[in-house]
Ligand binder design. Structure first.
Ligand code: COS
Length: 385
């Protein structure tokens, strides 16, 4: 749903301009230094990028899902590290609070998240609980007006920057699965909360992940999301439904960038006396990428519209994440191939993008988890009809 096309177009234009004039030129510096320059973070705040999908009443732009994915297409035209910094405030870090939080919890945290003064992170994954998220072991034992949290969370995006974590922990140890899990808002300054060293990743330099270790962290009862125990896993799954759709949009934007770079290179690079874009085998790679990007883009917009209309888009979100992330991997592979030897050299952005986009097929649910979810939902729906 697009509420006001004119306002949205103005936002999209200003994001696209910012991406092309400020972020793209900074890509290689960010990759080399593993840091996003402070002035760019400042400008991202000024543009309102930290609060894109936070409701207007709490200081955000309150974008609908369709509006959000259209902005994400533009933002993803540059290194995914930039999107990652604002990604958790708009997505997995804040959505648990937005979807299931109490009004007091929202008032306490959302305005600062919307302005970018506070960074939120989503802490679900553990050393022994990745795809099988419901097996998580971090415990939260109630003691009067606090819960005492113990456990380790792994690969937590933006943890080194975060001021607040949405933490999924087990409040009922007698229940092994999802029903024993609750979601908490845990402030980074809570005594007992420490961070591991920054992970050294294959790509996405400038976006940081690390372990979050909780040892006897005393978290106020008021920070139990929604004030209700036992529904934290459902909160996490609802967050991921939206997150997966957002990541699919990011895959589309990144693929569009890689294709634009490949087309420009193919039209300029001469071999056998003419531009390589004149050769049909190169054209086939360009055309396949174009068609697949168009398919993914259409899927993402359709699913986003349905979500805005209140439909349960769990299956569609998984379809989008599955197709768009795999598509992005194929486009990256062709982009390197079209660049030939140059595609393997760091002077060309596709070398970096090839590594950066590999993560899309893994995080917020692997391709294999999306396949399981889609098939499971199909079978359940058929059995119920
Ligand atoms: N929305 C609302 N509720 C949901 C839901 C959704 N999208 N998906 C599941 N639930 C509910 C279920 O209805 C169930 O509740 P009831 O028992 O009351 O019916 C509960 O949550 C447990 O769900 P389920 O039985 O599907 O749990 P599983 O242990 O089988 O979990 C998967 C399944 C694999 C889907 C889940 O663990 C998963 O998504 N894993 C990947 C995790 C991931 O993406 N990690 C990335 C890290 S975050 S960057």
């Amino acid at each position: 749903m697009i509420r006001d096309p004119q306002t949205l177009n103005m936002l999209i234009d200003s994001v696209a301009r910012f991406v092309r004039t400020r972020l793209v030129p900074a890509e290689s510096t960010v990759a080399e230094t593993d840091e996003i320059p402070a002035e760019l973070i400042h400008d991202m705040r000024e543009l309102g990028l930290f609060g894109l999908s936070i409701p207007e009443e709490f200081g955000g732009l309150g974008l609908t899902m369709e509006e959000e994915v259209r902005v994400a297409f533009e933002l993803a035209w540059t290194s995914p590290a930039f999107r990652s910094l604002i990604g958790t405030n708009n997505g997995i870090g804040s959505q648990g609070l937005i979807i299931d939080g109490t009004i007091e919890q929202k008032q306490t945290y959302l305005p600062r998240l919307a302005s970018g003064d506070l960074i939120a992170s989503f802490a679900l994954t553990e050393p022994d609980a990745g795809s099988d998220a419901a097996s998580l072991r971090t415990s939260a034992i109630r003691d009067g007006d606090v819960y005492i949290l113990n456990g380790t969370k792994r690969y937590i995006t933006n943890a080194p920057e975060a001021g607040i974590f949405t933490v999924m922990a087990r409040t009922d140890s007698t229940i092994k699965g999802a029903a024993g899990i609750s979601a908490f808002l845990v402030e980074a300054s809570t005594p007992g909360l420490t961070l591991g060293k920054r992970d050294i990743k294959m790509g996405q330099k400038g976006a940081h992940t690390c372990d979050v270790i909780m040892e006897n962290c005393r978290v106020p009862v008021a920070n139990l999301i929604g004030g209700k125990e036992g529904v934290g896993f459902k909160t996490a799954m609802k967050v991921l439904d939206k997150g997966r759709l957002h990541i699919a949009a990011v895959c589309v934007g990144a693929a569009e960038r890689m294709l634009a770079d490949s087309l420009a290179y193919a039209m300029q690079r001469q071999q056998f006396g003419k531009p390589i874009a004149d050769f049909q085998l190169v054209q086939a790679m360009l055309a396949d990428s174009k068609a697949e990007i168009y398919a993914a883009r259409s899927m993402v917009i359709d699913a986003a519209r349905r979500r805005d209309e209140g439909e349960d888009i769990s299956t569609e979100a998984s379809c989008c994440k599955l197709f768009a992330s795999e598509m992005c991997g194929r486009v990256a592979d062709r982009a390197v191939q079209i660049h030939g030897g140059a595609g393997y050299i760091a002077d060309y952005a596709v070398e970096r993008f090839y590594r950066d986009v590999r993560l899309f097929r893994i995080y917020e649910g692997t391709t294999q988890i999306q396949q399981l979810l889609i098939a499971r939902n199909m079978i359940r729906a058929a059995a119920a009809s």
